[in-house]
Design a protein around this ligand. Sequence first.
Ligand code: TXA
Ligand code: MG
Length: 347
Amino acid sequence: MQTKIWDLSKNIDSSKAETAIKEIAEIYKKGGLVAIPTETVYGLGANAKDDAAVKKIYEAKGRPSDNPLIVHIYEAAQMDDFIAEIPEKAQRLMNVFWPGPISFILPLKEGYLCERVSGGLSSIAVRMPSHPVGRVILKETRLPIAAPSANLSGRPSPTTFDHVFYDLNGKVDGIVNGDQSEEGLESTVLDCTQYPFRIARPGAITVEMIEQVIPGSVDTTTILNTEKPIAPGMKYKHYSPDTPVMMLTDLNTVITPDKDWENTLFAVPASLKHYVPKTAIYRELSVDELDLKNANHNLYQILHELDTETNIEQGYIFKFPENDESQAFLNRLAKATGNQEIGAAQL
Ligand code: TXA
Ligand code: MG
């Protein structure tokens, strides 16, 4: 399949961009797949009402069919068609955080979306993204767009056009270039089908931020594990590069400088760079140990580089201290590394 590319990274007000946006909306209407940028990660979109189109998403990604998708909307009124009821507290969160990086699992009103999109469940995750390019496309189509992250199943999610191209060129109808995703990690998924609400996936909108809007309404004792293992033993390996990578702990001493580090990547905060051997490949993960926004933004880019840069044979990524803000980062890092960690002194 020939994959069409549109560059909308610079100017979305030009007449060329307008033509591209119309063309993309038309592809969705006809049941095609187009990958689009969002502020979290790129999504592989298709019409959520069209069973054959949604089936193609699962095929292109190699995704297990029992893992439900997130439906993306341009405006809240679209939910009237397929959501049975929005709890008042979920509505308050939508008012504060949408458009933005949080998805809500809500009770499904049957008959409008295709069954496949919810994996046969009676609930569905919904998100209204804020990325200007993603938004203008959703506005043009007016369709509910099912869009999982635009990567092959099990691989790190894409935060740039290049990442999507590497995984999906030749497998989808089109890919939109819309610059690097601002947030860099997938949306927070909040299960609102039971009370108290539960976090199904941590993301940029943290429990603390949610609790400020609806105090005492989130069960913080359990993080649901909605991601089913693909095969026995693969439970934790997800979002992961092929190149071996581990979490790096206790970085408070210079790492043995006289080893052969030439093909080893270290991704650590700039404030700790002086502990990394001079001969190693250094990547700035963030400014300092409090800078989670940058670390989230950079993580998937670094995971992708581990595979695409041919000189890298192994990687170590700094394990941030655990707190409310670092939940999403640590969740993805644990999956990328298969929960493997090593102390700096052991290297
Ligand atoms: O940031 C994001 O959310 C990106 C961008 C493209 O919007 N999308 C994304 O989609 O990450 P995906 O399909 O890779 O992740 C969807 C997550 C999965 O963990 C899935 O199990 C969960 O949401 N999910 C969706 N619907 C659900 C439901 N009804 N019940 C439980 N979990 C659900
Ligand atoms: Mg994904």
